[in-house]
Design a protein. Sequence first.
Length: 401
Amino acid sequence: MPLMRIFLFLAILILAGCSSSPSPVLPPLPLPTFKPTLGISTQWRSKIGFGARYFYLRYKPVFAGDVGYSADYQGGVYAFDVNSGDLLWQKNMHFKLTSGLSLQEGRLLLGSNEGDVIALDPKDGHKLWQAKVSSEVLTPPLSAQGYVIVRSLDGQLYALDAASGKQRWVFESSVPLLTLRGNSAPLIVNDMVLLGSDNGKLTALTLKGGIELWQTAIAVPTGRTELERIIDIDVDLMVVDDLVYAVTYQGRLAAVQLDNGRIRWVQNMSSYAGMTADAYRIYITDAQSQVLALNRMSGAILWRQEKLLRRSLTGPVLHGDYLAVADYDGYIHWLDREDGHIVARALLNDVAYLFEEDWQQDDSGYYNKERNILANPVVYKGMLIVNDRFGIMSAYTFSGS
């Protein structure tokens, strides 16, 4: 069975296109021509660690004050100056770090491919405690009210003591035979933990005891093959007011009432990249790299940007009055929120990398993996901060700001 799951996992990477490369069937659309109407300035560019390298891991930096923190697959944790990108300190955890970082309640939290969960002091990176869960951790652990919530790849959700790392409770959810590479991060809202699972279900638990409050199926598997029946919730959940938004791969986007789990509305959708929202709209990147805007209260589609089709876009983020997405070839695109047209573009890194590995070679002629941007951009102090799979990080602002 383990060997079969490995083969099936490889199949979904190839056939479903959920990787850093675009569709293996059709090539990505070329960069569209447009008239720039927004000025973009590069504040700084730095090489911070080694990034995810050739693994599909979406590391995002986290911030506190004037300090940012990042991690890489080789076990490095880095602190850098937010205003300049200069490195402040670095530590080697001697683990293969797969979760990326979170910074909550005064602790840097991270997980490894062997199920290690580590808490660090953000001042200098020294270890506060270390715990163990049942399998690989792909999403950053979260912390609130003295609990650290950790999701493992085998479907378990752990609550650890934030001060010591001791286990407080565990919740089990079923994992289908075939899933995408990735997990959505659990979300803590008040005294509740929300979990989007690989079986397409959204579950609400009590934070203090892990007791199930409600469970809702966002999508139901259909189709004859295991590939057709994949309905993972891999996009991070989002709460706005009294609604939680969840989207599955090959399924639906749903608005769910936070208090009782009842579905307010649904829209057919397939996504594994990401979504964001403002007061009136939801913005989402679908599995074909279309960017869509939907009415937040009804789910009606307001506009659709198709000119970046199959460019393996990240999820969108709000940057000022605009949206920003990044693609497989290292480009960042700014879109107008009102109708989705492209207003600006920047290239994260135009310097060729020097490789010792052979993995980056591609015979299709469609793309080079070396410039992949895997993680959603992050906005902090008015800057859009973007990092690629090899640790190149840049901060962008609007010209004149």
